[in-house]
Design a protein around this ligand. Sequence first.
Ligand code: TMP
Ligand code: MG
Length: 211
Amino acid sequence: NAGSKGGRGALIVLEGLDRSGKSSQCARLLSFLEGKGCATEGWRFPDRETSVGKMISAYLANESQLDDRTIHLLFSANRWEKRSLMESKLLGGTTLVVDRYSYSGVAFSAAKGLDIEWCKAPEVGLLAPDLVIYLDVQPEKAAERGGYGGERYERVEFQKRVAEYYHSLRDSTWKVVDGSVPMETVEEQVRELAMNCISECKEKQLTNLSW
Ligand code: TMP
Ligand code: MG
């Protein structure tokens, strides 16, 4: 029972390499949807506010060291701890615009050399996105953008491997948007994809992620 007459909200995920423009596009999409009167919230993973999120944040800042599998499971746990809230928001009619999700979880850990199937396993049963917008930017281009290099994974050679794993994860919910063109052009495409998704998913059941 989708608590609101308008049907459920959409789970829209933005993915991409570090400095691909996801956070800016999430913010722009959010204010666009709010302007349309659409019930929307902006979420992000890792959610650094929770206690698990604080451990992740310290790891990314190189303030702590963790075994590769341990940090992988913490990233996943950080999504699991939000699953029920996510579900109730969506069923209540709120669209969620989410900056990174399970695809980041798998692509970044697999790029470190962990077995990809092992990486996928803990994500099974989280909510499946209705739409994944991948902002496609060359790793070299992303590295030229401001603020790059501050956190653990922000190295060009590593990000190239991440991009390959992202590529292998593409499925029918993915739309690839060229993230190297002007921000306004990207924004326009993101809006259109999101609006279509929101109207199409109203009647669709929420499903669980499986690979
Ligand atoms: P952020 O810059 O979007 O806050 O993400 C921080 C870093 O964490 C980024 O390099 C991607 C990485 N990451 C993972 O390795 N696994 C995950 O599950 C998520 C959500 C992010
Ligand atoms: Mg980052």
